[in-house]
Design a protein around this ligand. Structure first.
Ligand code: ADP
Ligand code: MG
Length: 642
């Protein structure tokens, strides 16, 4: 396998890749094949009259098929103090043996272990697909050389002693010590504590935590820890026990149902024996048949089989769902809210115009670039990229989400770049002349920011951005699917309208500060479930508030962390695909659940009436389970059309 070469990150190859025996799917398939062989061997031996041999073979089948289930049952019992279907399966198989049908019990265990192995296999595929995605977006960090030059290094190449420049909203790629700057750091990923902590010179920062508003220089102490994506994988692994609402239903259902079935056995036995006058052996046989038929395997497996397969199919196409719950919420969404910059547009902005009010254009550009090189905002990157000379020293730079960035020059003056509200924050005023110039730039579709020093405005900066090539088609496809599509942006209305026209969105909310975006999403949530798509630091609160938060893989690390779904290919068409996948998944889950419950009701009733012989009960019950798993696995091959 070439995987170790294509995955540049620090996920260890899972143990099972070194040793097939540790691969749960391979082991499961191996054991279920053994169970089938010995079960069938037992039937053959019985037909030849070799009864002891037959029972010996069936005993082996019980061990190979029953021990993994028994282990699982005991684990659940001890850890969660719950009874689960695994227990029911083992009891049912023993019950079949107790009425002289050990072969049927063995077949029951075979089918049960096969359906588990199929699930493990689907999960392994999902995991591999996610690992392939990691190769698509290799992670790294910005390292500052002693001469002040900044280079990007892949995570694996980071070494103790390197100095990292960590911009606002970025994740720390390694454990280290702050050597310059001051910031608030969100350590909730490690400590669960959601209030950010202050970090300044000499303080330790931990790999995987998020930088807040300040800019930090950090000396690497330990080689990099987990990458963001490695963390996503861990999340998806947890999603194996994911808690989407239907799954919670199945889970909540599992324990009490198991108990109810177990308790019903003596009731059925007593009823058949005393009420209907059946012989003790016949009554026991009927109770055991009922036990087999009523075990809710298919109900419990119906949802995870579909959800896991869908997550795998999504991952292969570059849409990474963090949980099964996200899939389910997406299938119910009615409103899509899209951020403009970086989401509908490429976010690869170019500085087009510098209009100076005070001083030379060169000076203005140098000042702006010296500050903006410390910001992660796409506007900032455009301004910084346009400057190739020596930057000025700027101290204690802090970004203000959705407004701009501010720092101090050597002489103690503040220097800032931002939008109109930010200008007002700095106590600077815009006269009619400046407003006129701004309006002219915005009428051309340029995003404008203002550069200032102290309380004086020095220059206007106009940057251009182009809509993503696929944005218009993606918006049209979402509308065809009946979605209401709206744009939410922090930019000016005139600029927003330019982009909205190009991508054909009619409903626009502009000039929104991050808290307004959040409020807007909450407002929209009252009208229907909202999918919020964003890429920036300013989108993070809104992504959290929406039913489904979607982030671009190229977006800020905070937005990646806040999202429920990541578009790894940085392509809006992925969202359309994710929708259709989510809807197919929901339909599959509904079908699977109704089918599974239907089988139990129908066959269970017939079994009570004594109309189902045990072998048929086994086939109906476990055949139903395999069928449901198969229907779920079909989603692995899900393809989207427009
Ligand atoms: P959007 O919602 O379209 O992604 P933001 O909320 O991130 O936009 O930003 C809103 C506006 O604030 C930008 O159009 C820009 O003028 C200004 N702004 C925010 N941060 C910066 C920055 N670091 N440098 C310059 N301008 C900024
Ligand atoms: Mg944005």
């Amino acid at each position: 396998m070439t995987q170790s070469q294509t995955v540049p990150n620090r996920t260890q190859p899972p143990e099972w890749q070194q040793n097939w025996w540790k691969n749960p799917a391979a082991r499961g398939f191996g054991l279920s094949a053994l169970t089938l062989l010995t079960a069938v061997g037992g039937y053959v031996a019985e037909a030849q009259g070799a009864t002891p041999l037959a029972w010996g073979l069936w005993a082996v089948a019980f061990l190979t098929g029953g021990i993994p289930a028994a282990q699982q049952a005991i684990r659940t019992l001890l850890r969660e103090r719950k009874l689960d279907v695994d227990l029911l399966m083992v009891v049912a198989a023993l019950g079949a043996a107790s009425v002289g049908r050990a072969g049927d019990g063995a077949i029951l265990l075979f089918l049960f272990s096969l359906s588990n192995a199929l699930q493990d296999w689907a999960f392994a595929r999902t995991r591999r697909a996610i690992e392939a995605l990691m190769a698509l977006n290799p992670e790294g960090a910005n390292v500052v050389n002693p001469d002040g030059e900044e280079t990007w290094k892949p995570l694996d190449d980071l070494a103790p002693g390197d100095t990292l420049l960590v911009r606002p909203g970025e994740r720390f790629a390694a454990d280290g010590t702050v050597t310059e700057g001051f910031s608030d750091v969100d350590e909730s990923a490690l400590t669960g504590e959601s209030v950010p902590v202050d970090r300044g010179v000499g303080d330790a920062v931990k790999s995987g935590t998020l930088n807040g508003h300040g800019v930090l220089w950090v000396r690497v102490e330990h080689r990099a820890g987990e990458s963001t994506l490695a963390k996503l994988i861990a999340l998806v692994e947890q999603a194996r026990a994911a808690k989407s609402r239907t799954e919670r239903f199945a889970e909540a259902f599992e324990g009490p149902y198991t108990v109810a079935v177990l308790l019903s056995v003596p009731v059925v036995y007593a009823g058949a024996h005393y009420l209907f006058g059946l012989e003790a052996a016949a009554a026991w046989y009927r109770a055991m048949t009922f036990l087999v038929v009523a075990s809710p395997c298919a109900v419990v497996i119906a949802t995870p089989a579909a959800v896991l397969s869908a997550m795998g199919a999504g991952a292969r196409r570059g849409t990474l769902f963090k949980s099964g719950a996200a899939l389910e919420a997406l299938s119910q969404a009615r409103i899509v809210a899209l951020d403009k910059t970086g989401t509908l547009t490429e976010g690869r902005m170019r500085l087009e115009r510098v209009v100076t009010l005070d001083g030379s254009e060169d000076e203005a550009h140098r000042l702006a670039a010296s500050l903006e090189r410390l910001s992660e905002h796409p506007v900032a990157q455009a301004i910084a990229a346009g400057w190739s000379g020596e930057p000025l020293a700027v101290r204690d730079a802090r970004s203000v989400r959705g407004r701009g960035i501010i720092g101090y020059l050597e002489d103690g003056d503040t220097v800032w770049v931002g939008n109109r509200p930010f200008v007002a924050d700095q106590g600077a005023a815009l006269d009619a002349h400046v407003e006129g110039e701004l309006g002219a730039l915005e009428a051309q579709g340029l995003t404008t920011s203002l550069l200032g020093r102290g309380n004086r405005v020095l220059a206007l900066l106009g940057v251009a951005d182009s809509p993503r090539p696929e944005a218009r088609e993606a918006v049209a496809a979402l509308k065809r699917r009946g979605m209401r599509v709206v744009m939410l942006t922090g930019d000016r209305r005139a600029v927003a309208e330019h982009v909205a026209k190009a991508v054909e969105i009619e409903e626009i909310y502009a000039e929104l500060l991050p808290e307004d975006k959040l409020q807007m999403v909450e407002e929209l949530e009252r009208q229907g479930r909202v999918v919020m798509v964003g890429d920036g630091v300013n989108d993070a609160p809104a992504l959290n508030a929406a039913s489904v938060g979607v982030s671009m893989a190229g977006g800020a690390d905070v937005s990646l962390e806040s999202a429920d779904l990541v578009l790894m290919k940085n392509d809006l068409k992925g969202l359309v695909g994710a929708f259709s996948l989510a809807r197919s998944t929901a339909a599959t889950v509904r079908f699977n659940l109704s089918f599974a419950l239907g089988v139990i009701v129908v066959v269970g009733t017939l079994a009570l009436l004594g109309m189902v012989p045990l072998p048929l009960g086994v086939v109906a019950h476990e055949g139903g389970t395999i069928f449901v798993v198969g229907v779920g696995l079909r989603l692995l091959a899900h393809r989207v059309v427009g």
